[in-house]
Design a binder for this molecule. Structure first.
Ligand SMILES: Nc1nc2c(ncn2[C@@H]2O[C@H](COP(=O)(O)OP(=O)(O)OP(=O)(O)O)[C@@H](O)[C@H]2O)c(=O)[nH]1
Ligand SMILES: [Mg+2]
Length: 369
């Protein structure tokens, strides 16, 4: 017998992972829910850790498990058949890949086919990838068509002209800057707000005030209250648009007023109207930052943006880039909208996991080998 630990967002998922590997042969010894990342135990991601006792070699170990199969276990007929089918599928894939490759070589001369592939591998929208590569081909001198570095630099500067990237929140100098974070549930609004508050208060030595209109979950409000007490920043919790306006009125001596909002489902029109009432009813000029998760699919990003247009957001913050390898979906989106990307969040740690967006870095992340 050996001990093994499984980690997942929920107990159910952790048990499922265990079951996939050991199919009922494992015995749970203990489990606990912990927070990873965050700030002094606040804002971290909840994960469940299950420790179990497992047989030293499981008869149920499958190919998709990370555990290695011992070569000494004899294969059954079924396993032989599966192996044969897998080999056939691999053969078909290779054949189809060859045909596609040949087609692309014809469509994209020289090294431009390779760059097109790179864009597609990084989940750049197909139409956009074609448009970008065709544009590069049309402008590149014939002698340079086999020069990958040259093509790459042309492509990189072309993409950079299509996307808008701006740096940090610009304070007004006179009077407070008012910034609200909006977005779908769980995208990272409160965590990002905490990062911004701590950075402006400590690094920039600015007077920061926080207002939250997310009063749906008591635990979330309490977490924010504890955080603001630790960093010495005032927090106002408001329940309606009248209180909201009053809270801003009372914070006008701040350099920066940060507003946390409740997660909005991208399909719920009522929630969007409610948010609008708060913002428009206040009479103040509020800069609205829409948070988008880096792991969100391109189509979903388009839908979220379409819905949040109703509150006419001003800028984008991209969250959780540490959870994905590809920046294609967000770059594709940024070529389609007028709003600029301002920050990128890179993890759960408050306040360090946030940085100003950089167009060059963003484009390089999809073109680099
Ligand atoms: N990996 C990673 N996790 C993050 C990042 N930002 C936030 N999170 C995690 O995402 C989860 C949700 O974050 P919140 O800040 O509560 O999200 P929210 O948008 O305020 O959620 P609601 O208020 O419920 O709508 C938490 O577990 C955070 O630790 C990030 O940049 N990377
Ligand atoms: Mg929140």
């Amino acid at each position: 017998m050996m001990y093994k630990t499984y980690e997942a967002e929920t107990l159910q998922k952790a048990l499922l992972l265990m079951d996939i590997d050991y199919g009922g042969k494992a015995k749970v010894i203990s489990y606990r829910t912990i927070r990873k990342g965050g700030f002094l135990g606040l804002f971290g991601k909840k994960v469940t850790e299950v420790t179990c006792m497992v047989p030293s070699l499981s008869p149920l170990i499958r190919n998709y498990s990370n555990t290695k199969v011992s070569p000494s276990i004899p294969k059954s007929k079924e396993e032989d058949k599966i192996e044969l089918i897998q080999k056939e599928i691999e053969g078909i894939k290779e054949y189809m890949g060859g045909i596609l490759e040949e087609k692309k070589q014809i469509r994209y001369p020289g090294k431009s086919g390779g760059l097109y592939n790179k864009l597609i591998q990084n989940d750049i929208d197909n139409d956009l990838a074609e448009r970008l590569v065709n544009r590069v081909i049309s402008e590149v001198p014939a002698l340079q068509i086999d020069n990958r570095e040259y093509l790459k630099s042309r492509l990189s500067s072309y993409i950079s002209t299509l996307i808008k990237v701006e740096g940090a929140i610009q304070l007004n100098g006179t009077g407070p800057k008012i910034v609200a974070l909006v977005g779908t549930t769980g995208v990272g609004k409160t965590t990002t707000l905490a990062k911004l508050a701590a950075n402006f208060a400590f690094n920039e030595k600015k007077k920061v005030s926080l207002i939250t209109i997310d009063t749906y979950r008591i635990a979330a409000v309490e977490q924010l209250r504890t955080f603001t007490e630790i960093i010495g920043v005032p927090l106002k919790v408001v329940f309606d648009p009248v209180e909201f306006k009053k809270a801003i009125d009372e914070s006008l001596d701040s350099d920066l007023i940060l507003i946390d909002t409740a997660g909005r489902s991208q399909r719920n029109d009522m929630q969007m109207q409610e948010l609008k009432k708060y913002f428009n009813g206040s009479g103040y000029n509020i800069e609205k930052y829409l948070l988008l998760g880096a792991t969100t699919k391109y189509k979903d990003l388009l839908n979220i943006v379409r819905n949040f247009k109703k509150i006419s957001f001003d800028k984008i913050i991209l969250t959780k880039i540490d959870e994905t390898m590809t920046m294609g979906p967000i770059i594709s989106l940024l070529t389609k909208i007028p709003q600029a990307l301002s920050y990128i969040t890179t993890g759960q740690n408050v306040p360090e996991d946030i940085k100003e967006a950089d167009a060059y870095e963003l484009v390089e992340s999809i073109l680099n080998d």
